[in-house]
Design a protein around this ligand. Structure first.
Ligand SMILES: [Zn+2]
Length: 587
């Protein structure tokens, strides 16, 4: 399975790349000129300005994606790295060019704004324009907004780049063998407890050596954001969680309902952790046991699943729900839209991305035949199906938030897991599949909220002072204690350094959307059996609305449920609880 992106560009040397980059910048400049002379009485010109900015951005984004997909398959490719850096700068330039128009739209009176929205030509922009306007009160001057965007490339973003460079170069020694962090991380999933412990401790040691650099980055990223939010509070206070919720298209009350219900049900996650440990014969669970492979008892657990067989399993499970979803998935494989061979020099992790110009998704992962790999592949293909369903919409209607993105992926994963469970005949087979469910519950119900807790407390501490590495360790211990409680006997105090999510510059609180997506997808999944055969059409419609509605409105419209209330989340948690009960019975 190798990418075939030749229909996008022939290679990194394709002269069309330079031509497209230049044309995109020119298109952005022309749109900015038109925007400057724009009379808001004319909705047509405004629509064409907005479309020009979107189109230019798509071209540059697609070039960024093209280079990224080369880079993740071969991380030593410097030309690809340089091209992504250039695309980054150009994206910032385009965003700067759009600032004056955005500011003018924010300054319109409510009546004038509504008059514009009533024009049919602007219908595809309803959600984005309204959504942006919610932040109008926090808008800065054109000069300030432009400067912020320009400085962020080498300021805010630089700390993120430094973290990635650091994580790619740190070498650790495990049982006499020197290796990078990605290989060391794989060993933390070993079935051998001694190897896991050695790997976990080596990773912690590796990061401890660089803890001052990492904590400097966290201080800078969060300090930058706090300074920016305080500038934006000139008329009304802007809380850091308001920004996080705005980016996620949810209300603060929804976030509270999610986390509060999660906290009340944390015992479900604890039971998952303890049941996995019991199966592995562990009495005092440690952080290095959290991702342990299950003890093998028979051939079921040892068997490796070839890629073609995994695709067969996934297509069958998808097909039983929606034949078109299966057909699409087969096409992904046939057209070279999936790259999964475990070649040397690859990046770790798995993701789905899209060439928005062509409306084509791509999936990257490293497939080595485990049950976890099969579910990861299903997860990423679920993202791809989501992107595919939106391909004919205007770009302004395709930008769904992370909270809703994880719905499609976890829904797809659940389809495959359930299909495998249904056909499992022996207890060993069932336990093998439910193990994945338990691991997911442990990660999403406990680890993810602990990340949220840490980040919130870090930001609070950062308001008054720079946070030292020692203080960061203490904050992490407190966060783990709150969420893991007695389910394990030691906490991971260096997790703020080893987990890259805290060092992502572009977006803060890169954590709770996973919990949201997990429980939300289960809530959607529950409707599948209630609504029967036609649910696949309702599901497609729901996904198509994810970029043009708030999460609350989307669920209200398609499922008639209120996600601002604990009851919605409790129903999903009850589903997890029953899976964990089944798993407990089998261990
Ligand atoms: Zn995902």
């Amino acid at each position: 399975m190798k990418f075939d992106n030749a229909n996008i560009y022939a290679s990194l040397e394709d002269p069309k790349i330079e031509k497209d980059l230049a044309a995109a910048l020119q298109q952005g400049k022309s749109a900015a000129e038109l925007a400057a002379s724009l009379e808001f009485k004319d909705a047509n010109n405004l629509a064409s300005c907005l479309k020009s900015f979107d189109d230019a951005e798509i071209v540059v984004n697609d070039i960024y994606t093209f280079a990224t997909l080369i880079q993740v398959v071969d991380s030593s490719n410097e030309a690809a790295e340089q091209l992504t850096a250039r695309a980054d700068v150009l994206l910032s330039e385009l965003a700067q060019l759009a600032v004056p128009l955005n500011n003018r739209l924010m300054e319109l009176s409510d009546a004038d704004f509504q008059r514009l929205l009533d024009e049919p030509v602007l219908t595809p922009y309803h959600f984005t324009l309204r959504h942006r306007r919610e932040m109008a009160v926090h808008r800065l001057s054109v000069a300030e907004e432009t400067l912020l965007k320009q400085m962020a490339v080498d300021g805010l973003q630089a700390w993120d780049d430094q973290y990635f460079k650091l994580s790619a170069t740190i070498q650790v020694e495990i049982n006499g063998e020197t290796m990078g962090l990605a290989s060391a991380f794989n060993l933390t999933q070993s079935a051998d407890r001694d190897i896991r412990e050695a790997a976990w401790k080596a990773i912690r040691q590796g990061w401890s050596t660089h803890q001052e650099s990492v904590v400097a980055g966290l201080n800078a990223i969060n300090g930058w954001r706090l300074s920016e939010f305080s500038r934006r509070s000139h008329k009304k206070d802007l809380h850091y969680l308001d920004i996080a919720c705005h980016q996620s298209h949810i209300q603060r009350s929804t976030l509270d309902a999610l986390l509060d219900t999660g906290y009340e049900n944390r015992a479900v996650g604890h039971r998952a952790i303890q049941a996995m440990n019991r199966w592995n014969g562990i009495e005092d669970g440690k952080p290095w046991d959290l991702m342990a492979a299950p003890k093998e008892t028979d051939d079921v657990e040892k068997a490796s699943i070839p890629f073609a067989e995994a695709m067969g399993i996934i297509c069958k499970a998808f097909g039983e729900f929606d034949p078109e979803m299966a057909e699409f998935t087969r096409m992904m494989a046939d057209k070279g839209w999936v790259d999964a061979d475990p070649t040397p020099n690859r990046a770790t992790g798995a993701f789905c991305t899209s060439f928005d110009g062509a409306g084509e998704p791509r999936v990257f992962m490293t497939y080595e035949g485990t049950m976890g790999n099969v579910l990861t592949l299903a997860h990423e293909l679920g993202h791809a199906w989501h992107a595919w369903l939106l391909r004919d919409l205007q770009p302004s209607e395709r930008e769904y938030p992370m909270t809703l993105a994880e719905t499609a992926s976890i829904f797809a994963e659940t389809l495959v897991r359930q299909a495998l469970l249904n056909k499992a005949e022996t207890d060993a087979e069932k336990r093998h599949i439910l193990w994945q469910e338990a691991e997911t519950a442990s990660a999403l119900l406990i680890n993810i909220p602990a990340r949220f807790e840490f980040e919130k407390n870090f930001v609070e501490a950062r308001k008054s002072t720079k946070v030292s590495a020692n203080a960061a360790r203490k904050l992490m211990l407190g966060a783990w204690e709150k969420w893991y409680g007695n389910s394990i006997s030691e906490y991971d105090e260096m997790f703020w350094a080893s987990k890259l999510h805290f060092s992502i510059a572009e977006i803060g609180f890169y954590n709770y959307p996973y919990l949201f997506g997990y429980l939300f997808a289960l809530g959607v999944y529950a409707q599948k059996d209630k609504q029967g055969d036609n649910f696949r059409f309702a599901y497609r419609e729901l996904l198509r609305d994810t970029g043009r509605m708030s999460a609350e409105d989307c669920i209200q419209k398609h499922l008639d449920r209120d996600i601002g209330k604990a009851a919605f989340w409790q129903d999903s948690l009850d589903m997890v609880e029953s899976s964990i009960s089944a798993f407990e019975a089998l261990v």
